[in-house]
Design a protein around this ligand. Structure first.
Ligand code: A4P
Ligand code: MG
Length: 171
């Protein structure tokens, strides 16, 4: 029996050091071992969550891999650590944040809620720094759904808090 094909929407965020370079380099590391389904442009975004800090750079990429969600989370943490990620303040400044936003196993939505991993990401639906870049990627309709919240182009997204950076994750 062949392994399942898993599809992951991954959000990239950073607001310390050289965020644009960091996001692109992190993307390249993931794209070496995972199949790229699509990538967004880069956006400068106002910080969300109440911590006073500098603007973020955000982007989204969609990958396919045989890895399970927990294996993917391990790999994301590994790449975050390579870029000097430390965890002092929740929702605070960071060199790199990689989150799993949504996942599908052989095209079927993955729903999980464990102490270490919640899929879909519980705050993605209200975050334009996730929904706007995701919505920009050409994808089959099933991969444009945030389970529990519907199609991403129907989600509220305050585009005025985002500024387009004229670069792409994959360039
Ligand atoms: N975890 C659980 N579910 C997931 C998931 N789906 N993806 C756990 C990734 N991680 C998940 O995360 C804490 C723990 O969440 C992880 O160890 C993992 O086991 P973290 O990255 O260490 O800490 P965090 O990112 O500060 O916490 P959290 O709750 O993930 O924060 P958010 O909600 O991701 O918010 N404003 C702008 N403009 N742009 C941003 O990118 N990001 C945040 C972080 C706040 N404000 C922002 C941005
Ligand atoms: Mg995170």
């Amino acid at each position: 029996m062949s392994a399942a094909v898993n599809t992951y929407v991954i959000a990239f965020g950073a607001n310390l050091d050289q965020p644009v370079d960091t996001l692109k380099s992190a993307y390249i590391k993931l794209a070496i071992s995972w199949k790229v389904v699509g990538t967004s442009g880069l956006y400068r975004t106002a910080p969300v969550g109440g911590v006073e800090q500098g603007d973020f750079t955000n982007a989204v990429a969609v990958f396919e891999t045989e890895l399970s969600p927990t294996e993917v989370l391990d790999e994301l943490h590994h790449v975050e650590n390579e870029f000097g990620r430390t965890r002092e303040v929740r929702w605070g400044p960071r060199t790199l944040d990689l989150d799993i936003i949504a996942a599908w196993r052989d095209g079927v939505p993955v729903l999980m809620d464990t102490p270490d991993l919640t899929i879909p990401h519980p705050r993605a639906f209200e975050r334009s720094f996730v929904t706007v870049p995701w919505n920009e990627i050409a994808l089959p309709s099933k991969f444009r759904e945030l389970p529990g919240h519907g199609s991403i182009d129907q989600l509220p997204s305050a585009r005025d808090s985002l500024t387009v950076i004229p670069e792409r994750l994959d360039e």
